[in-house]
Design a protein around this ligand. Structure first.
Ligand SMILES: [Fe+2]
Ligand SMILES: [Fe+2]
Length: 213
């Protein structure tokens, strides 16, 4: 199987697991503060790991994709922090990187470009975009129009582009059965850990969906 066919197969495999994120969140009111802090944490962790990898990823197309990714996620953080301030969410003393989430801890263990791109760009960005689409529904139902518009018009188109950039790079790099197996394992592990974190946050906050990145 060539790299392009492999990426299509991986996306289909991911899709089977991502579909459950599409459950309608309903209009149940949720406390926005903890959800916004989780969104900020996700954005900052995505920026942090992508930036860390730029220097240790030799392939130019992957390096550029990660650098763009890092800059975009930093911008998402700033835009969301401004919205949080406008909504009266207190971020004093909030440190988005401590403690690191299990997702960030896992990503930090990845040494090869195929694993990094498969987990962080192809899979995590697809997961984030799907979660955010649900979060937008929650925000609209709650009357948070400006925040919903930020997700719809800026953040989600960026997450979709990150996913696409990852797919293009992975199609070139995942050209051998060994590389494909590494990519598949990293993607599956990312989804498994991401799902565990999401379930824990939903139980803790009572929210019907959680934002991602
Ligand atoms: Fe983001
Ligand atoms: Fe992203």
């Amino acid at each position: 199987m060539d790299g392009a066919a492999f990426v299509e197969q991986l996306k289909a495999e991911n899709e089977a697991l991502l579909r459950k994120l599409d459950a309608d969140p309903g209009s149940r009111a949720a406390d926005l503060g903890p959800l916004l802090k989780m969104a900020l944490k996700n954005e900052m962790e995505a920026a942090e790991i992508a930036a860390q990898w730029v220097a240790t990823t030799p392939e130019l197309d992957a390096k550029l994709a990660l650098a763009r990714h890092a800059g975009d996620e930093a911008r998402h953080y700033e835009l969301l922090a401004a919205q949080a301030g406008a909504l009266g969410v207190d971020l004093a003393g909030f440190d988005p990187l401590h403690p690191p989430s299990p997702v960030l801890e896992y990503l930090r263990t990845l040494e090869t470009t195929v694993e990094r791109v498969a987990a962080a760009l192809v899979t995590r960005e697809a997961m984030g975009a799907r979660r955010n689409a649900q979060f937008v529904k929650l925000l609209e139902a709650g009357g948070y129009a400006a925040l919903a518009a930020l997700y719809r018009e800026v953040i989600n188109p960026d997450e979709e582009r990150h996913h696409q950039m990852g797919c293009e790079v992975l199609a070139r790099l995942a050209a051998t059965p060994e590389a494909q197996e590494r990519a598949r394992r990293a993607a599956a592990r990312l989804l498994e850990i991401g799902d565990r974190v999401r379930t824990a946050v939903m139980e803790k906050t009572g929210a019907a969906c959680v934002p991602g990145c």
